[in-house]
Design a protein around this ligand. Structure first.
Ligand SMILES: Cc1cc2nc3c(=O)[nH]c(=O)nc-3n(C[C@H](O)[C@H](O)[C@H](O)COP(=O)(O)O)c2cc1C
Length: 359
């Protein structure tokens, strides 16, 4: 699997998720089997680049290569500037977001709203590609299947983007109108794959190794991208790799290993966000990690009331120790938890403030 001149270890991608796929979480996914992880989107609005949130998003200290940064915006020149700015800060791949359904972003004519204006979409891609060319940085594009069921124009946009020089395309198998409702469809992704020669990544509702294999076979895509199913279960990438290589499902991880991964993740998380913001933003990661586990709901309620990192770590240690006493391996299997429960509300609230960017 290659993106321009960059070779990836595999075709298993962690999806960009605002408020989720920060550097600590991307590192964890890469460590547990993802070949690639894209940053949360960074606004193209220059006046917001110095804000705490955007600077955190542009912080790649210690991140495993390749560093891929997603940018979102509406003006070709601004998007080109944003690409250069992120390249200066370590981005080795620039991804353009044409897939975000959040109202805040779409009202400002960015994200998947751009799919409605094919000429503007093409101008943005051209401007970003031209900005990245002198630096040898490949540009990729992430989109949905179209604006609405009547306007599934992913194919048109894919062809235009390829002509403008993008090195890879990711397609989430839903329209903008769908948000996160209904099921992802894979026929449009297959059509895009058949029409272009750059690598195509299939995304949407991949929540198990079997589903990953099914989507790869159905679409002919070069890679799969997993979002919500990796929340709290970042080892899904290793499980998919194992299943694709052997046809066998791996046992669930040792409870002790899961505890260690989570604790290491949290230390990394607190050090990026600091104590106050770190404790608050860690709650969702901890909540996802205990989702579907015996006593998980009660523990999550208790944990949400703790307001120091030391208390969070201690409570987690106790929870997992007790679980390990009765379950050597994590008692959760694919399909037993609704990975889509993150759903629309969460995705919207996570993304809505991208332009407000309050620290
Ligand atoms: C909380 C959340 C935040 C998201 N943020 C972004 C984003 O910043 N950029 C983007 O292109 N897609 C974003 N997405 C969409 C995901 O990348 C992905 O396309 C979508 O979740 C479908 O994949 P899944 O079914 O594997 O979750 C977000 C999704 C969620 C749930």
């Amino acid at each position: 699997m290659r993106i321009g001149s960059i070779t990836l270890p595999n075709g298993l991608f962690a999806a960009p998720m605002a408020g989720v796929t920060d550097r600590p979480f991307r590192q964890l996914c890469k460590r547990l089997g993802a070949g690639y992880a894209v940053s949360e989107m960074v606004t193209s609005k220059r006046d917001l680049w110095k804000s705490l949130k955007t600077s955190r998003r542009a912080n790649h200290d210690g991140e495993t290569a390749p560093i891929a940064v997603q940018i979102a915006g509406t003006e070709p020149d601004e998007m080109a500037d944003a690409a250069r700015y992120n390249i200066e800060r370590g981005a080795q791949i620039i991804d353009i977001n044409m897939g975000c359904p959040a109202k805040k972003v779409c009202n400002k004519w960015a994200g998947s709203a751009l799919m409605q204006d094919e000429a503007l979409a093409a101008r943005i891609v051209e401007a970003v590609v031209q900005a990245c060319l002198p630096h040898g940085v490949p540009v990729t594009l992430k989109m949905r299947t179209g604006w609405c069921a009547q306007h599934r124009n992913a194919l048109t946009i894919a062809r235009a983007a390829e002509a403008a020089g993008v090195a890879m395309l990711t397609v989430h198998g839903r329209t903008r109108e769908q948000g996160y409702k209904g099921l992802a469809e894979y026929d449009t992704i297959a059509a895009v794959k058949a029409a272009v020669s750059v690598p195509v990544v299939a995304n949407g509702d991949i929540d198990s190794p079997r589903k990953a294999r099914e989507v790869l076979a159905r679409t002919g895509a070069d890679a799969v991208m997993v979002g919500r199913a990796a929340q709290g279960r970042p080892w899904i990438f290793g499980d998919i790799a194992h299943f694709l290589a052997t046809g066998e499902e791996r046992a669930t991880p040792l409870t002790q290993d899961v505890q260690n991964w989570l604790i290491e993740h949290l230390h990394d998380h607190y050090s990026l966000y600091g104590e106050f913001a770190g404790v608050r933003t860690a709650r969702k990661h901890i909540g996802w990690a205990v989702r579907g586990l015996p006593g998980g709901e009660t523990f999550r309620d208790h944990m949400n009331g703790l307001d120091s990192s030391a208390a969070q770590l201690q409570a987690l240690g106790g929870f997992f120790q007790q679980l390990a006493d009765t379950h050597e391996r994590l008692p959760v299997s694919y399909g037993s938890v609704d990975a889509g429960s993150a759903g629309e509300a969460e995705e919207e609230s996570a993304e809505q403030d991208i332009y407000l960017d309050a620290a």
